[in-house]
Ligand binder design. Structure first.
Ligand code: NAP
Ligand code: GDD
Length: 327
């Protein structure tokens, strides 16, 4: 019998890589997508609509899918945006997790089945870091409505594990990127601009705090860690990252350098991209994942920047051909 996985947020970056990974492991993969897109019609096969801001049909979805494993990736995941829509972010990214855990508790009771639950927790929870690098024992100091909502979900996940004996785990993932990264996140914003500047479709790139430092890895590597977390004998929480940190400035150097451009000629600072409170430094201590999951990231920082630039060059070249053909 095929194992059944349910991925919330299946249309996001991680949902894309995770569904491919699980299919390669012969899972029957189902997904949840939000109802928020205009003009949406019938859901694709094995896909169900649910808005985590209310979640009233979650019991029905669980009953239909009958999952063995749930990967809860759905979230309003943009940190800067969470300052503009804090209540919505708390509803979706925080209370949304509770809605799913509660539906899952009810489903387990009804079906007498044990389901494995993965919560997409975030290094943003460390926020104003009290030590570096950050491990599973580092205290949290969240610095945004998004991070506060993730802390809420983190503790609800542990609370359901401890209160009801559920197999519920947190993966505390540091930043991970790919050509599938949303265009409003800094790495993708940069690699898209690099391609457009190289192809003479854009002159300038406007950014906020380029001194911020992040522990950046490749999303394709990180979804394997999500799966490994749910394959352990006992449910537990894990930090996932590379253990190396780089500034946005260094990512600019790597990305513009990949097409032989000097970033200083094109980048300007625009304070509209500053955040009311910034997370200045994140750097993982992934020793526990290395020891217990035998997990290692494969793609380096330089390779990541290059592969994202190359993907955006291909995409932008196609866009340019199409727009020239239609003008
Ligand atoms: P992403 O690309 O933003 O994907 C999140 C997905 O959540 C979206 O595709 C969206 O799906 C869905 N969603 C948003 N609002 C929803 C709502 N109200 N109801 C139902 N679904 C909703 O994020 P990602 O980079 O793949 O990250 C996956 C998860 O890991 C997120 O929870 C994120 O917070 C967390 N995380 C990410 C990173 C990272 O560096 N990428 C690091 C740590 C933790 P639709 O298209 O269907 O609306
Ligand atoms: N988005 C963005 N846009 N960020 C900028 C810009 C800009 O124009 N200029 C500078 N930055 C800086 C931000 O201030 C931040 O310090 C850093 O670049 C990274 O920003 P993002 O790429 O938006 O990611 P994030 O670190 O805030 O959040 C991402 O990683 C978290 C894990 O630590 C998201 O994927 C979160 O969902 C995730 O939890």
């Amino acid at each position: 019998m095929k194992r059944v996985a349910l991925i919330t947020g299946i249309n996001g970056q991680d949902g894309y890589y995770l569904s491919r990974f699980l299919k390669s492991k012969d899972y029957d993969v189902h997904g949840i997508t939000s109802c928020s897109k205009p003009g949406i019609g019938e859901p694709p096969e094995n896909c169900y609509y649910c808005d985590f801001a209310e979640g009233s049909n979650l019991n029905q979805i669980l009953g239909t899918v009958q999952p063995d494993e749930i990967y809860h990736l759905a979230a309003q995941s943009h940190v800067r945006l969470s300052f503009d829509i804090p209540v919505y972010t708390a509803e979706v990214t925080g209370v949304g997790t509770l809605r799913l855990l509660e539906a899952l508790r009810y489903y387990e009771e009804q079906s007498q089945k044990k389901i494995r639950f993965y919560q997409a927790s975030s290094s943003e929870m460390f926020g104003k870091v009290v030590e570096s690098p950050q491990s599973e024992t580092t205290p949290f100091h969240p610095r945004s409505p998004y991070a506060c909502a993730k802390v809420f979900s983190y503790w609800q996940t542990i609370n359901y594990r401890e209160s009801y004996g559920m197999y519920a785990c947190n993966g505390i993932l540091f930043n991970h990127e790919s050509p599938r990264r949303g265009e409003a996140f800094v790495t993708r914003k940069i690699t898209k601009a690099v391609a457009r500047i190289k192809l003479e479709m854009q002159d300038k790139l406007y950014l906020g705090n380029i001194d911020a430092k992040r522990d950046w890895g490749f999303a394709g590597d990180y979804v394997e860690a999500m799966w490994l977390i749910l394959q352990q004998d006992k449910p537990d929480d894990f930090v996932i990252g590379t253990g190396k940190t780089h500034s946005v400035r260094e990512f600019l150097e790597a990305a513009f350098g990949a097409v032989d451009l000097d970033w200083k000629q094109y980048v300007e600072i625009d304070p509209q991209y500053y955040r009311p409170a910034e997370v200045e430094l994140l750097c993982a201590d992934p020793s526990k994942a290395r020891q217990k999951l035998n997990w290692e990231p494969k793609v380096s920082f330089e390779e990541l920047a290059r592969l994202m630039v190359e993907a955006d060059m291909r995409l932008t070249q196609q866009e340019k051909i199409l727009s020239e053909a239609s003008s």
